[in-house]
Design a protein around this ligand. Sequence first.
Ligand SMILES: NC(=O)c1ccc[n+]([C@@H]2O[C@H](COP(=O)([O-])OP(=O)(O)OC[C@H]3O[C@@H](n4cnc5c(N)ncnc54)[C@H](O)[C@@H]3O)[C@@H](O)[C@H]2O)c1
Length: 453
Amino acid sequence: MQIAVIGVGYVGLVTAAGLAETGNTVIGHDIDAEKVARLQAGQSPIYEPGLDRLLARNLEEGRLSFTTDLNEAVRQAELVFLALPTPPGASGEADLSFVYAAAEHLAEAFGQHPLNGQAPRIVVTKSTVPVGTARSLQRFFDERLPGLVQVASNPEFLREGFAVEDFLKPDRVVIGTPDPQVGEKLRQLYLPYTRQGNPIYLMDWESAELTKYASNAFLAMRISFMNELARLCEKVGANIDWVRLGMGADSRIGRRYLFAGVGYGGSCFPKDTLALAATARQHGLALHLVEATIHINAQQRQLFWEKIQNYYRGSLQGRTFAVWGVAFKPDTDDIREAPALDLIAWLLEAGAHVRAFDPVALPSLQKARPEWPIYYAKNAYEALTGADGLLILTEWGEFRQPNWPKLRALLRTPVVFDGRNLYDLAEAQKAGIDYLSIGRPAVYAYSQQVGTP
Ligand SMILES: NC(=O)c1ccc[n+]([C@@H]2O[C@H](COP(=O)([O-])OP(=O)(O)OC[C@H]3O[C@@H](n4cnc5c(N)ncnc54)[C@H](O)[C@@H]3O)[C@@H](O)[C@H]2O)c1
């Protein structure tokens, strides 16, 4: 099929390359000329495991190309995927201005370049958009180009860090459309990705749109549930990791998305929970569980921060802190809504110095916060040199087995504030460090020897 993907960020780029992989001809379009130039040169502007190879293969074999020219992108396209940003607006609702700006341009381009035989084009919303968007986009196109555009909803469920794998082998594909022919066309498109028997669900627009928000809100709720429980664990002397293991082994519950920590970040859970709650409010309804999920997550960063302040009895002025991990999760360079953004900001406000390390996300941080006077370390251990404490904010694989004697020797005060519960308490005790994690008893192996710093 001839396909255009509008917006080649994290989702659009993986979608474009993933759709080309099964033999479709795909043109990716973006208004960011620098991004497009890099893609045309075969370089991925984002870090995503497996994406480089997918891009290279499909560019080389001529099925995939990129352009800043919207007309060129859509001239032949029977399917047009929208993978545009939908950031939170002032009251948490999804801001659809990017979607509608693109829709305006698309209507013009479609008007200028009708498909052979005046066949209708299918415009597919891959962006996460609130319930009602597909219906209102359909009205938008019907007013401008009657009968020439059919809108379908096809929410994307990929996880950054596993995006290529998730796109090529999705757990399920959700397609929202009132038109059986549109549904069949999209079903055919996705058949090669579901050969193991994973389902393709055809449903109405509204249900498809809501399925995406419901999935993200549910996963976020599991995390906030565990984070709230972790607070109780700290009060009663329990260990949230044992509780998690005991719960997760129950097949009714499952093991995933039960990790307590400094809270979720990223470009999806924070904004999608806000947008879902806003949609409900617009319909006169309060989604109490979703509101609580958001609230608990915001508190979780604060509580972690308080833990750090309490350790030093409030005075962080002039102290130096190492930060391991600035990405919102491992295997991505995405720092949107990452806990590190808040924690580093608070450290700087408190007059502390910061030495940050992340295997891939430091350039994203430098770009997003060029004014921050922080030291960008070349490796994890360099960040530790002379620091009064280490904050672990992303669970990168390379942080999981540290060289404890080296870590202890490099830190001026060997204390680790672990926002991701990476280490065994016994391991920390043996290493002779102070170790404060989430929902688990604190270890004071260093202070026991020298007194509290
Ligand atoms: N990132 C994820 O893990 C993920 C997963 C599932 C769904 N989503 C949803 O997918 C959508 C896109 O997310 P993302 O993370 O890929 O965002 P992104 O910011 O990485 O990418 C969006 C791209 O759209 C481009 N763009 C903006 N306006 C444009 C226009 N008028 N024409 C052409 N290009 C334009 C931007 O330059 C950017 O490259 C959002 O709605 C998001 O909620 C994201």
